[in-house]
Design a binder for this molecule. Structure first.
Ligand SMILES: *Cc1c(COP(=O)(O)O)cnc(C)c1O
Ligand SMILES: [Zn+2]
Length: 410
């Protein structure tokens, strides 16, 4: 599968994102003793001397093309369904409507399991398997559980998944068909998290909750590496991202920092925008107050299930990424996001998930306030396909019988 036999991981150690303490990367690790997420660190000085961006060109069109910047050491443990290298498509008609001349969509709906959760699961599962972990457990709003279930199945690991009873129905079925041990909870993702914490403490499951192990983030950071390659060794001016746990946003920021440290990129960082639903917007509230931490939201409510995260562990890292790049955080109400979903499909043929549609609504607002300039290169990150949320769209076509008048074309 991996084209270059010599490509190998430059992973050196793990480091606490908050207190800086370092950890052995070749043993299973969760959070730092201070309660913060650990970040994978690579020997970038040595890598800078060994690899150039041009050398990537002929590699397979999956996220494993960034083998050196990923944590898996041995090819034997790479568990892949072909994830990564999703298309970056221009949005000329929507761009005209929003008065944005260089608007594009990175479409994560094209890929295994139909969401970008496949990236985190591919790398997280591969590395778990490499470290000898046999049983992984996680709370989820649906898509992460589905992705980890199928990759765990492929790697021969057991998966325990707990999700809210209201999570998208298809994600339940994905977990079930892949043989995961699935439970529902009449509550939110935090309630699912409490159940998983007990399974971890009492039953020996390994905790792969969002940012509680360091490698899911490494899979998601490849979106940033891909954008850099897809734009010809450049970065967009702005990236708009629907933020729940924030792994994608934090990952893209990490990717940009690594590219800079490698000496591959010396331009400005794209301004990173976190979009949340007005029904669950802890990061937006913190951003508006100029805080570095986010207070829990309480009862989140939104149809954009993937971003219904009231108490994200990664909030400080998200806020860092926003402040460091001169970005911002925006809340959009659900009706606006639903309208945007239809608008994008009608104008550009892209049927995106409600979370992805939130980025369209945010772009409109940010252009109206002048925060976005007309000619800036703006990338909307669509995190999943609308096909996973069929109930968000109604369709009531007429049922015709053979002799009925045919539609007149209007
Ligand atoms: C999980 C998810 C998100 C949010 O991703 P985070 O990395 O948790 O911020 C956005 N959209 C969809 C479709 C998701 O499944
Ligand atoms: Zn720490």
């Amino acid at each position: 599968m991996i084209a270059s036999g010599v490509a190998t991981s430059y992973l050196s150690h793990l480091q606490c994102s908050e207190c800086g303490r370092t950890f052995d990367a070749d043993r299973p690790q969760n959070l730092c003793a201070c309660g913060s997420p650990l970040l994978a660190r690579y020997d970038l000085t040595r890598l800078a001397g060994a690899l150039s961006p041009a050398a990537l060109a002929d590699r397979p069109r999956t996220l494993w093309r960034y083998r050196e910047l990923l944590p898996v050491r041995d090819d034997e443990h790479v568990t892949t369904l072909g994830e990564g290298m999703t298309p970056l498509v221009a949005l000329p008609r929507l761009g005209e409507r929003l008065d944005l001349s260089r608007l594009a969509l990175k479409d994560e709906g094209i890929g295994p399991t139909g969401t970008f959760k496949a990236r985190g699961a591919a790398v997280g599962v591969s590395r778990a398997r490499e470290l000898g972990i046999e049983r992984v457990a996680m709370p989820t709003n649906g898509n992460a559980g589905a992705a980890w279930s199928v990759y765990a199945a492929r790697a021969g690991l057991a998966a325990l998944v707990v999700m809210p009873i209201d999570a998208p129905g298809v994600t339940r079925r994905e977990c079930a068909v892949a043989g995961a041990q699935l439970s529902l909870v009449d509550g939110a993702i935090a309630d699912a998290g409490a159940i998983v914490a007990r399974a971890v403490a009492d039953r020996g499951w390994f905790d792969v909750s969002t940012l509680k192990e360091p490698y899911r983030l490494e899979g998601k950071k490849t979106m940033g590496l891909e954008l850099f390659e897809q734009l010809g060794a450049r970065m967009p001016d702005v990236i708009i991202y629907p933020a729940g746990g924030g792994v994608g946003l934090i990952g893209i920021h990490k990717a940009m920092s690594e590219l800079r440290e490698l000496g591959w990129y010396d331009g400005p960082f794209p301004r990173l925008v976190a979009v949340q639903s007005a029904g669950c917007a802890p990061v937006v509230r913190a951003y508006e107050a100029g805080e570095r931490r986010a207070a829990p939201w309480g009862d989140g409510e939104t149809i954009a299930f993937g971003i219904n995260v009231a108490k994200p562990l990664g909030a400080p890292l998200m806020l860092d990424a926003i402040y460091d790049t001169g970005g911002c955080a925006v809340a959009v109400p659900d009706p606006e996001l639903l309208d945007a979903m239809h608008e994008l499909a009608r104008l550009e043929g892209a049927f995106v998930c409600p979370e992805g549609a939130a980025t369209v609504a945010a772009a409109r607002r940010l252009r109206e306030t002048g925060w976005l300039q007309r000619d800036e290169r703006v990338v909307l990150l669509n995190t999943g396909t609308g096909l996973k949320y069929p109930e968000t769209v109604t369709a009531d076509p007429p049922v015709l019988r053979p002799g009925d008048p045919v539609p007149d074309g209007h």
